[in-house]
Design a protein around this ligand. Structure first.
Ligand code: KMH
Ligand code: ZN
Length: 280
């Protein structure tokens, strides 16, 4: 992290929506998801954003699946920061979604509002957001607030004012979900400018917006998220061979922009995550 401004790269290696029919590299089994996370870490990701799947590919928020993924990541010697999803998939109950808050996780997502999500409705009623924030805090994890539209920044401020959320927390600006704010330079600048002063933020562009959003976030001082959850292609018509290939593309762009990818230990310090005793 010498000299150049550090950048945290997060790899979202599986998600809840993408399937192997769309790209055979999408991992389903805990062993596959863990391998994808480890490979993403080797490629330069400091944080991995995890979902779980049943063996047939259906989304899972089973604690046993998440625990196995985390254990396999650590057994492989990877020190990546482990962030679990409390978003799960559209249609899951909140109780089901909170199954991901397993020992060994270090961060968890906090989705800030209800929205159309493709053809479904991603329900995050305000009392559920408050309950999720409390569950994340009770588990001593650092929340990452997922912002898909401008009004969710107001919810972020409301959570802070009411004491439902406090530092350390991180913000993820997600652009391009059908039903959320679209991925444009104007929209990313607008969201980034509306954040509470000094907060660290990452941007994620969905689909073909992924790498253009990487370049813009680098220029604006943000951090990066890439991976098969968000985008299945390295370039038009070229399927990504894995999330690690997308991380490598982000690393290349970061270095070209004069930003140095953080190690997991540097990312923990930057994000307010407790040091990892296993190393990193
Ligand atoms: N699968 C989306 C409906 C999160 O990870 O917290 C929600 C999602 C967000 O992926
Ligand atoms: Zn997710």
């Amino acid at each position: 992290m010498t000299g150049a401004r550090p950048v945290v790269i997060t790899a979202a290696v599986v998600g809840a929506e993408v399937t192997r029919d769309q790209n055979p590299a999408v991992p389903y089994l805990p062993v596959e998801i863990a391998a994808a996370a480890v490979a993403a870490g080797r490629a330069g990701a400091a944080v991995v954003h995890l979902h779980a799947r049943w063996p047939d590919g259906r989304p899972s928020q089973e604690a046993a699946h998440y625990s196995e993924i985390v254990a396999r990541i650590r057994d492989a010697g990877s020190a990546v920061v482990v962030q679990v999803s409390t978003g799960g998939a559209v249609g899951m109950s909140l109780d089901e979604r909170l199954g991901s808050l397993v020992p060994g996780a270090e961060m968890a997502t906090l989705n800030l509002g209800t929205m159309n999500f493709g053809d479904g409705v991603f329900v995050n009623a305000r009392p559920d957001v408050v309950r999720t924030a409390a569950a994340i805090r009770a588990a001593a994890l650092v929340p990452e607030c997922e912002v898909y539209d401008a009004g969710m920044l107001d919810t972020l401020r409301w959570l802070l004012e009411r004491g439902h959320l406090a530092a350390p927390y991180h913000v993820q600006l997600v652009l391009g979900v059908p039903g959320g704010i679209s991925a444009s330079e104007r929209n990313l600048r607008f969201l980034a400018e509306g954040l509470p002063a000094g907060v660290a933020w990452t941007a994620a562009g969905i689909g073909r917006a992924e790498l253009p959003v990487v370049e813009l976030a680098l220029a604006l001082g943000g951090h990066l998220r890439v991976g098969l959850e968000d985008n299945l292609f390295l370039a038009r018509g070229v399927p990504a061979t894995g999330s690690d290939a997308l991380v490598a593309a982000a690393v290349e762009r970061a270095l070209a922009a004069g930003r140095t990818p953080c190690s997991p230990a540097e990312a923990r310090a930057l994000l307010g995550v407790k040091p990892f005793v296993g190393g990193g």
